[in-house]
Design a binder for this molecule. Structure first.
Ligand SMILES: Cc1cc2nc3c(=O)[nH]c(=O)nc-3n(C[C@H](O)[C@H](O)[C@H](O)COP(=O)(O)O)c2cc1C
Length: 314
């Protein structure tokens, strides 16, 4: 039996990562209804908006779902009160230390997974008592590890560091990659980019269209002085890259980004002046598909890969 499926009560060990401006109730419910685990992305929601999405997802699925909470959320204590009051069963925390909040979530009967980008932080997760670890490699969309450790390198090392249920993230865009992550020691996968570019994602059509037309090398990790983020090379990125090249400080970089840069890019569809967060694997995605088709294809490809590998002999 698969440990991630057991832990969260789901059919397939496929998690839809929380994603600012993409993962509202529609996307999360679609993933949960298709047998994975959908996560609401609290990072781009005011507390009242989150409550609304929680109510909507409750009536859109009777399958397990969860909420992603980036721990630098400005109103974190209010948010935690909401999660407890609404009896949310599963929380995926990220961007911060799991030490402070894990015990509080557990007291409320909430299962906790935490996202890391190194073995060192995986160990801290174990000390904090989390139920599962998401190890995310450098290929991933969104905020990223400073050290640029790839999924291929990271997963086996985290696997050696901890025996906790392990979810691989970063660069998973096919059942073949899902099988590879399992071979490296993961119990399941967290996928962002593929679901950000699905029909049910709340990202703007302009963002999705731009991302499915990317080539290899069209995204870059930048903004290490603020928070390392993988961005599509557009006009805003060029301004950031030029400033970074001449050693600009964090303050100037923040000024270049301006307010709500990811909302402008992802949600409002300003594909030149907004921040377009997406993973490297976007260059392999050429169509916007419904979530159910994405998950069915992942499972078919996974099973085909496993039986193909079994028949290989040396
Ligand atoms: C548009 C976008 C927004 C994201 N926002 C968040 C977020 O708010 N919180 C978080 O923990 N991870 C965030 N991520 C990371 C995803 O949850 C996931 O771990 C990552 O996308 C996996 O790698 P992949 O993009 O290669 O599939 C985001 C990713 C993308 C593409």
């Amino acid at each position: 039996m698969n440990r991630i499926c057991n832990l969260f009560g789901i059919r397939y060990p496929i998690i839809q990562g929380g994603m600012v401006w993409c993962s509202g109730w529609k996307l999360a419910a679609a993933v949960s209804n298709a047998g994975g685990l959908g996560l609401l992305g609290a990072g781009s929601m005011h507390p009242e908006t989150l409550i609304e999405h929680i109510h909507k997802i409750k009536s859109a699925t009777n399958k397990p779902w969860g909420v992603n909470v980036p721990l630098m959320y400005p109103e974190i204590d209010r948010l935690i009160d909401i999660l407890i009051a609404e009896k949310v069963g599963i929380v995926f925390t990220s961007a911060g230390s799991p030490k402070k909040y894990t015990a509080k979530f557990h007291e409320a009967g909430i299962k906790v997974a935490h996202v890391v980008s190194s073995s060192k932080f995986a160990l801290k997760c174990e000390e904090a008592g989390v139920d599962a670890i998401v190890a995310e490699g450098f290929e991933a969309g969104g905020h990223n590890g400073r050290e640029e450790t790839t999924t291929m390198t990271l997963i086996p090392q985290v696997r050696q560091t901890t025996s906790l249920p392990l979810i691989a993230a970063g660069g998973i865009g096919s059942g073949q990659a899902f099988a590879a992550a399992t071979a490296l020691g993961a119990d399941g996968v967290q996928i962002g980019t593929m679901f950000a570019l699905s029909e049910e994602s709340s990202a703007s059509e302009a963002f999705k269209k731009r991302c499915i037309n990317l080539d290899e090398g069209d995204t870059m990790l930048c903004l290490k002085k603020i928070a390392p983020t993988r961005l599509v090379k557009n006009h805003l990125y060029n301004r950031v890259a030029e400033a970074e090249e001449r050693g600009a400080h964090a303050e100037e970089l923040k000024e270049i980004l301006g307010k709500a840069a990811s909302k402008r890019g992802i949600f409002e569809g300003d594909t030149e002046n907004g921040e377009l967060e997406i993973g490297q694997v976007a260059s392999a995605i050429k169509e916007i598909k419904p979530v159910s088709e994405i998950i069915n294809t992942l499972i078919d490809e996974y099973e085909m890969t496993i039986s193909k590998l079994k028949s290989l002999s040396f």
